[in-house]
Design a protein around this ligand. Structure first.
Ligand code: SHN
Ligand code: NAI
Length: 164
């Protein structure tokens, strides 16, 4: 779990510190600060976001509680409702992102929706075309502009499989 979360947080541009007595080599090989020791409450100071992902459920509860009290965003890997942050399934293509969160623990649904959205995401060429059409429409006089934007809207909805 720590490995998956660390990869997600690094991809988001965060500085990641990992605190655990045992750290997987694949995790230690990432650009994270690895500290091989048990968690201590002082680890929360200076943190903006905390992930409690140990195999000790009572400890994850305590970390989540301490982080909440300190006003630090926290994800509880075993029981998301005890934390203040959930991790979504993310579909991404050419800069367009769609994140799916079920608001509960149903990762299979999140993944199924992510996969179905992924297949509908436009590619770079379509995005460039739509952006150019929108920019061109915005230079038109009011009536023509509205018609051009409506036509573009219909094309985009058709392309991503939405209702026209
Ligand atoms: C609450 C949440 C975490 C949070 O946000 O804090 C959570 C909780 C739990 N997941 C568990 C298991 C698995 N999770 C996955 C996969 C994903 N799990 C993800 C999200 C979330 N999982 C959040 C809710 C999301 C929502 O519903 O909206 C995804 C979307 C994103 C990500 O994690 O990166 C990613 C799919 C990414 C993708 O495909 O895009 C797999 C499959 C796999 O690993 O291949 C399994 C094994 C199969 C199974 O068990 O289903 C367990 C049991 C743990 C145990 O056994 O103890 C719990 C805890 C519990 O249920 O209590
Ligand atoms: N959200 C999700 O999708 C999933 C959540 N989980 C949950 O995540 C948690 C961890 O699961 P895994 O990563 O599979 O376990 P794991 O056993 O691979 O890793 C647990 C880590 O916790 C560390 N640890 C133990 N005591 C510690 C302490 N006192 N201080 C700091 N670190 C300590 C260990 O050194 C180890 O590195 C479990 O609570 C499990 O229920 C598990 C799988 C999927």
């Amino acid at each position: 779990m720590a490995l998956r979360r660390a990869a997600t947080l690094l991809a988001a541009g965060l500085d990641v510190r990992v605190v655990a007595p045992a750290i997987l080599p694949e995790l230690a090989a990432l650009p994270v600060r690895a500290e091989r020791r048990p968690y201590a409450p002082a680890d929360l100071s200076g943190a903006r976001l905390v992930v409690a992902a140990t195999d000790d459920a009572a400890l994850n509860d305590a970390v989540a509680e301490q982080a909440r009290a300190a006003g630090v965003l926290v994800n509880h890997a075993g029981e998301a409702g005890r934390g203040t942050l959930r991790f979504p399934a993310v579909a991404e293509r050419a800069g367009v992102q769609v994140a799916v969160s079920t608001g509960r623990e149903l990762p299979m649904l999140a993944r199924a929706l992510r996969e179905s959205v992924q297949a509908r995401l436009p590619d770079e060429a379509e995005l460039r075309d739509w952006t150019a059409r929108r920019e061109a429409a915005l230079t038109l006089a009011v009536t023509e502009r509205a018609a051009a934007l409506r036509a573009l809207d219909a094309d985009i909805r058709r392309a991503v499989g939405g209702a026209a």
